[in-house]
Design a protein around this ligand. Structure first.
Ligand code: HEC
Length: 125
């Protein structure tokens, strides 16, 4: 009986450990204010300052960026997807390679931008 208890304890500890989220998504709490600075500097030229896909550079792109302000669309996208498409670029998720990879941004910077993008989306649009 004692042996069984110890076994149960080991199993529940193992479950707790394996249920922890993967390390790369640990910093998921993004800061939208910090994200706005990065967005205005690096993303607005294509995505537009309000995320509608109407930045000055977008006119020259054969594949236009969709609207990041479209809540109906944005709610179908997971945070992990947004993180990956920003950090590794459009091609990494089967989208246009004209969406550049922002590998130079730290994971925290990317989560900050994700938080800011989420704040652009309005459900009605
Ligand atoms: C050179 C122009 C350009 C810049 C700069 C740019 N993007 Fe993009 N982005 C695109 C294009 C084009 C697409 C659409 C790709 C497609 O639909 O195939 C895209 C797609 C995306 C998507 C996916 C949207 C969806 O509906 O799947 C996200 C999220 C995104 N960009 C975020 C960002 C962020 C954040 C930055 C700044 C760090 C940024 N982009 C900078 C051109 C750009």
């Amino acid at each position: 009986m004692k042996g069984l208890r110890a076994f149960e304890l080991v199993v529940s500890i193992l479950l707790l450990v394996t249920a922890a989220p993967p390390a790369s998504f640990a910093g998921q709490e993004g800061n939208p204010k910090a994200g706005k600075k990065t967005y205005d500097l690096m993303c607005a030229r294509c995505h537009g300052s309000a995320g509608k896909g109407d930045g000055p550079v977008s006119r020259a792109l054969p594949t236009k960026p969709g609207s990041l302000a479209n809540g109906q669309h944005m709610k179908t996208l997971t945070d992990e997807y947004l993180f990956t498409v920003i950090k590794e670029g459009g091609a990494s998720v089967g989208k246009s390679p004209l969406m550049p990879a922002w590998g130079g941004l730290s994971d925290q910077d990317v989560w900050n931008v994700v938080a800011y993008i989420r704040s652009l989306a309005k459900s009605g649009e």
